[in-house]
Ligand binder design. Sequence first.
Ligand SMILES: NC(=O)c1ccc[n+]([C@@H]2O[C@H](COP(=O)([O-])OP(=O)(O)OC[C@H]3O[C@@H](n4cnc5c(N)ncnc54)[C@H](O)[C@@H]3O)[C@@H](O)[C@H]2O)c1
Length: 284
Amino acid sequence: MAQRIGVVGLGTMGAGIVQVCLEAGLTVIGLDGSVEARDRGVAHVRRGLERRVTKGQLSESDCAEALGRLRLAEDIAELSAVDLVIEAIAELPDAKHSLFRDLVRVTSATTILATNTSAISVTGIAEASGRPSHVVGLHFFNPAPVMPLVEVVRTRLVDEAVYRAALDFAGALGKEAVPCPDTPGFIVNRVLVPMLNDAVRTLAETGVDPADLDRALKAGAGWPMGPLALIDLIGVDVQVHASEAIASGLDNPAYAPHPLLRRMLEEGRLGRKSGRGFHEYPTT
Ligand SMILES: NC(=O)c1ccc[n+]([C@@H]2O[C@H](COP(=O)([O-])OP(=O)(O)OC[C@H]3O[C@@H](n4cnc5c(N)ncnc54)[C@H](O)[C@@H]3O)[C@@H](O)[C@H]2O)c1
């Protein structure tokens, strides 16, 4: 199994994925295009592991040992010796295509290249990379250290042994690895993203209080958290980009993000990460 892991993009998902890999005993090299985001990501990983210590799930020495297996890269070339790269940068096709071309340039011919995209075509990323046989989707859920599911996305171009190794890798992380074809939104987001858009539509059309909408879905439909709070956790930007990708992938404008979400994105009301979305959050 892959032992040396590169994680590119240390935001919400990348930091969580780093923590999962460290907890599984793996060595991780993290890379982010922004120094501030990188520092925030490392602080996020540290907090996540320290929370395990507080809960008695990890000893102080194991926490320190795990953090010692995380190295930070300044340049993509430092990923040359990893067995597997997990990309968790912004949900923008051009940025991902360009990154995968660079990853193919710097890594070995056997390195598995995985994208954590929510809704962009993995086949498109594989084709753009120039090494489509080694590209898969490893779609973690937020927060990655807590959510059990990883959708392991298969394209028609992937090498069978590479795909099997990716499935085994997700399983070895202790995750529920679910094989999944490369269709827009895969399984969960194909269902969930339109439901979240419907919640925003209901909010905009009825004028219901956001806290009441969330309370109603929790108490009446058994949701563990309200849909608006969930969008705040996911990120309004991610919800907008995921909706756009599903709408365009299925060629169906009904899946497009609600205008209220676009307005929030323009205003920088991104949810938890900006301190304000549908609800307000203390910034740390
Ligand atoms: N947020 C979620 O709930 C969620 C869940 C599953 C999957 N995803 C997917 O994971 C990916 C990341 O989402 P996120 O919510 O963590 O985003 P985020 O905005 O929190 O983090 C993205 C990070 O990538 C960095 N970055 C951007 N371009 C880069 C580049 N070219 N090279 C290196 N670093 C770069 C940014 O500085 C930032 O730190 C997206 O594809 C998203 O669709 C998100």
